[in-house]
Design a protein around this ligand. Structure first.
Ligand code: PGA
Length: 245
């Protein structure tokens, strides 16, 4: 299965910067074997989708509401993202779980809504530093997988240890291998054979310098990249590491 390299631009870039970043990625992406995705703020999805029209780089949102439409001031629905040109959406990112009190149940509802809108969801899971220090990381991730993924599930899972996000710390290759192996087992337990083909991304301080090693670990199906995705050259370098891996 082709690896997926997804850029999570978070709350960065004005419109012109987002378009320039997308153009920079497109300019460097020739001949890359990995599947590429960029996720700007919802406000810039349409402009970025337009800038990437005719390329194979997909565009995604960073969240969507669980309802198709309605009285939800400030929220954005799956059909709106799809209409703007997105084909993917990140759901349950730890910054949403922490800053917006998103629960596994809500993330499952959002995942269902995203799929119904024609978006491929990337559902994020991952333990905090305290949970890992307490030896609870697999238990926590197991609960998140059980609670956040609807049955059947057609999407991607991203393992992002919360303590590795934006910190420059990455999990060791051995820890990533152990966790991705555990997630694969859980997916097969939940979904049977269909669970074998769900891609499992790693996220958390992925950089050009560590990408090749991380992407070569068994059961790592790609990367969800935050900070380094804001630099087109770095993002493309990570994608080239996927190709090599
Ligand atoms: P980071 O973010 O690469 O800056 O650690 C990853 C993420 O939050 O998706």
């Amino acid at each position: 299965m082709r690896q997926l390299i997804a850029g999570n631009w978070k709350m960065h870039c004005l419109a012109s910067e987002a378009v320039a970043l997308a153009q920079g990625v497109a300019a460097g992406a020739q001949g890359i074997a990995a599947e590429l995705l960029v996720c700007p703020t919802a406000l810039h999805v349409a402009a970025v989708a337009q800038a990437l029209a005719g390329t194979s780089i997909a565009v995604g949102g960073q969240d969507c509401h669980q309802a198709r439409q309605g009285a939800h001031t400030g929220d954005i629905s799956g059909p709106m993202l799809r209409d703007a040109g997105a084909t993917w959406v990140i759901l349950g990112h730890s910054e949403r779980r922490q800053n917006h009190d998103e629960t596994d149940e809500l993330i499952r509802e959002k995942t269902l809504a995203a799929v119904e809108a024609g978006l491929t969801p990337i559902v994020c899971v991952g333990e905090t530093g305290d949970q890992r220090a307490g030896g609870q990381e697999t238990e926590v991730v197991g609960w998140q997988l059980a609670g956040s993924l609807p049955k059947p599930f057609s999407g991607v899972v991203a393992y992002e240890p919360v303590w590795a996000i934006g910190t420059g710390k990455t999990a060791t290759d051995a820890d990533v291998a152990t966790m991705h192996g555990f997630i694969r087992e859980e997916l097969v337990r939940q979904f049977g054979d269909a669970g074998r083909t769900i891609r499992i991304l790693y996220g958390g301080s992925v950089r050009p310098a560590n990408a090749a090693a991380l992407l070569a670990i068994p059961e790592v199906g790609g990367a969800l990249v935050g900070g380094a995705s804001l630099n087109a050259q770095d993002f493309v370098a990570i994608a080239r590491a996927a190709q090599a891996g």
